[in-house]
Design a protein around this ligand. Sequence first.
Ligand code: ATP
Ligand code: F1X
Length: 310
Amino acid sequence: MIYTCTFAPSIDYTAYLTHFESGALNRSDEVYYYPGGKGINVSRVLSRLGLKSRALGYAGGFTGRFIEEFLDAEGIETDFIDTGAITRINVKIKTDQETELNGPGPVLEGSQLEQLKEKIAVMAQGDWFVLAGSLPSSVPTQFFKDLADRCQERGIHFVLDTSGPALQELLDTKPFLIKPNEHELGEMFGVEITTQAQAFHYASRLVERGVQHVVVSMGGAGAIYASREHRYTAQVPKGKVVNTVGSGDSLVSGFIASYIQHQDPERAFQYGVASGSATAFRTDLCEQADVEQLLPEVTVTPFEEKDVTK
Ligand SMILES: Nc1ncnc2c1ncn2[C@@H]1O[C@H](COP(=O)(O)OP(=O)(O)OP(=O)(O)O)[C@@H](O)[C@H]1O
Ligand SMILES: O=P(O)(O)OC[C@@]1(O)O[C@H](CO)[C@@H](O)[C@@H]1O
């Protein structure tokens, strides 16, 4: 079973307009409401790729109900813990640029954290646990470390896609996969990353620390993959970018879906990148047919240090 866990879900309210002026009344041409939060996006894309998952995490209020009902209508199993408060609404403004305003995550108490522990006590060897999205500052980092350690002890694939201070400490729990973008990877090391060579350099340091598969997404500039055995780069397909929100999560889903089928990291990387781009080219998350169509356009090549001019 694949479990996704979103501590801070959202409704993503996305408004499309030709021009946005800060400090003025703006009117949008089109708006969309989707359940959001990185783990939830992973569950939604997995479902489109034909894989069942259970979406765990914290939700509450009328927005929490909207998220649960929406996922239920898509046939996705949910098991959220009630926060007793309204789940955030994240505002995404699309003009020729993308502007985002994300709300704060929930404030959680010890008893609510205990409930999550009970829900994941049933996980078994070979299962997947995808911890994705921002982690509330009200939760001690040790709690996430305990979750990750439990995965490691029981042979559960631990996939980590988050940012911020907890990420550093969680790296020592040897996750199966992490997928920072180049900015998040740079933050981890206090540097700015602008080239694939730099991304490989720092991704390799994560591999040395024990992360099994590192994918660094670099938006339209492609992506890189590093593990102990292999290093690859991928070019992304060309297309009209409509909405990149959730494209990183789609990459994670595509990687997992392909890896489960073939246990081949190169194929999983290619399928992941195709899934990310398929999402970037739509208003909502990708469908399997889009991914399959883009797949041949994603070229994956082995990375050789000597190919790089720094
Ligand atoms: N301009 C683009 N053209 C083609 N594909 C893109 C573009 N931008 C993003 N993608 C696809 O989406 C993947 C993830 O993109 P990105 O690096 O922006 O992730 P991210 O910052 O984690 O995204 P998010 O947090 O919004 O989900 C890329 O590897 C690529 O496959
Ligand atoms: O505030 P966080 O948890 O870092 O990110 C939340 C979010 O921006 O990430 C998803 C896209 O990856 C969106 O669905 C959601 O609104």
